[in-house]
Design a protein around this ligand. Structure first.
Ligand code: CA2
Length: 145
């Protein structure tokens, strides 16, 4: 199975700033752990990060026909982007929403996810492990198909 892992704005700074909220693990370290786990599962991963909303939209559109599942941490765009929501719905690729922090236990503006309604499910609050749990969920989605 082919899985596309997308990370949104500022996640490239992980482990370098605000370790109190987002932990000390860098994005490169998360990606390495994901690659290792995916290899063990026999899955193929492609990992991308962008600070640009339109770039994320383009990647989601292009995923149709090329990827079986998308794992997406849309970061701040989670709470603002109708464009990302529409792209997920249009692509038809099952998408798992991921967050490092528990967005429901934080500021009120983070409680609302505009993408949640078009995703298969949401994994939030487990730090870097949220991504690894999402890989398990991806395998489960595929197995059910
Ligand atoms: O908890 C998550 O994974 C978030 O998607 C992270 C976003 C935030 O806007 C969402 O509400 C929840 C923020 C990502 C910014 O990451 C940084 C990492 C290090 C330093 C500064 C920002």
């Amino acid at each position: 199975m082919k899985i596309l892992v997308l990370n949104g704005p500022n996640l490239n700074l992980l482990g370098q700033r605000e370790p109190g909220i987002y932990g000390q693990t860098t994005l490169a370290e998360i990606e390495k752990a994901l690659q290792q786990k995916a290899k063990g599962q026999g899955n193929e991963l492609e990992l991308r990060q962008s600070n640009i909303e339109g770039e994320l939209v383009g990647w989601i559109q292009e995923a149709r026909g090329s990827f079986d599942v998308i794992i997406l941490n849309a970061a701040a765009y989670t709470h603002t982007s109708v464009a990302l929501r529409d792209a997920i719905a249009a692509s038809g690729v099952p998408t798992i929403e991921v967050h490092l922090s528990n967005i429901h236990a934080r500021e009120e503006f983070r409680h609302k996810s505009l993408i949640a309604g078009v995703c298969v499910g949401q994994i939030a609050g487990f730090g870097a492990n949220s991504y690894l749990l999402a890989l398990d969920a991806a395998v489960n989605i595929k197995a059910k198909k």
